[in-house]
Write a protein that binds this ligand. Structure first.
Ligand SMILES: Nc1ncnc2c1ncn2[C@@H]1O[C@H](COP(=O)(O)OP(=O)(O)OP(=O)(O)O)[C@@H](O)[C@H]1O
Length: 313
């Protein structure tokens, strides 16, 4: 199946010369949840805004549903729903009219059944006659999503959907996103919460300083890059790592009671057997040992570090 969004060599240099995107290429498949993960200022919003036609690219191309975002702007844009980072709602307008109005902006004919479906899905139906200003912050966010879904888009962009949202609301938002996906909408969300990407995404793209460092299925990303750590609790404190163990790349903890050893659990040789042999020969006694899988957070930080080192080289 052809990808719903195809991005080829996309670059954006803002006026003043800042390069916010540097040659990003990416295909997004219909029906997936893709999380774009990156630190502040990485270029996530610029990427989304370019796909949605709000920022013009300096180089490269994007198609949405096969339509070029520059040459077939209306057709491309009509397939997209965008929920921006900031909540922007007319305070005195009723919820239902806000959503009807958004649909009208896309030149779609009135469809009360669709508006009702969207409001019910977002548990806003009972609030439909409330004015926006009477809603809680969480409900306002849901109205923003309802607006974005009003014209029946096939792709929904959520720019940091849970920034500044409490834990309960965040979980509600995650459930909602899963339900939307089950209804057939492709979802692209940006986040700098690793937990959010880990919880929700089918695929994760890591972006930093305008470069897409990697796009990978979440499970495979954790599996491939997940390094493990062996932690050894010593029988007695150590002043320093003994010279006989110097080539094992060990770290001694501050309390001098633990040694840790990072290894790749999928490698042919983990080096663990030799390490334990050398520890015994060095006369160290061990009280306990445990292994731990790296979290996505560590994987992410490692990727960003490697990306920056590569850029410097
Ligand atoms: N209109 C603009 N003019 C000049 N520079 C801009 C403009 N918009 C964004 N930038 C710069 O481009 C870079 C990327 O910004 P962008 O908002 O895309 O990052 P982001 O990954 O979404 O960050 P955040 O997580 O903080 O929202 C930043 O350094 C930002 O200052």
């Amino acid at each position: 199946m052809a990808p719903i969004i195809s991005i080829t060599d996309l670059s954006k240099t803002y006026e003043g010369g800042f390069e916010a995107l540097k040659g990003v290429s990416l295909d997004i498949e219909e029906g997936e949840i893709l999380a774009l993960l990156g630190p502040n200022g990485a270029g996530k919003t610029t990427l989304i805004s370019t796909i949605c036609g709000l920022v013009s690219p300096t180089r490269g191309s994007v198609t949405v549903g096969g339509h070029d975002i520059l040459h077939e702007y209306r057709a491309a844009r009509s397939l997209i729903g965008l929920v921006p980072q900031e909540i922007a709602l007319e305070p005195f307008e009723k919820v239902i009219n806000t959503v009807r109005f958004s649909r009208g902006l896309f030149g779609k004919s009135r469809d009360e059944a669709h508006i009702e479906k969207v409001l019910r899905a977002l548990t806003l139906w009972d609030k439909r006659n409330n004015r926006n200003q009477q809603l809680s912050g969480g409900m306002k966010r849901r109205v923003m999503i309802a607006k974005a879904l009003s014209h029946e888009p096939r792709v929904l962009f959520l720019d940091e959907p849970t920034a500044g949202v409490d834990v309960t609301l965040r979980r509600e938002m995650w459930d909602l996103v899963r339900e939307l996906r089950a209804s057939g909408v492709t979802i692209i969300l940006t986040t700098h919460y690793i937990e959010e990407a880990e919880e929700m995404a089918d695929r994760i793209g890591v972006i930093d300083r305008g470069r897409l460092l990697l796009v990978e299925e979440k499970a495979r990303l954790l599996h491939q890059l997940g390094r493990k750590e062996l932690r050894l609790e010593l029988g007695e404190p150590l002043d320093a790592i003994p010279a006989a163990l110097a080539d094992h790349n060990l770290t001694l903890s501050e309390d001098r009671m633990h040694l840790s050893y990072a290894f790749d659990s999928h490698a042919e040789r983990t080096g663990m057997t030799r390490l334990l042999g050398d520890i015994a020969s060095a006369g160290l006694s061990l009280r306990d040992l445990s292994t731990r899988q790296s979290s996505l957070e560590e994987v992410f930080l490692q990727l960003v570090r490697e990306g920056r080192e590569e850029e410097r080289a």
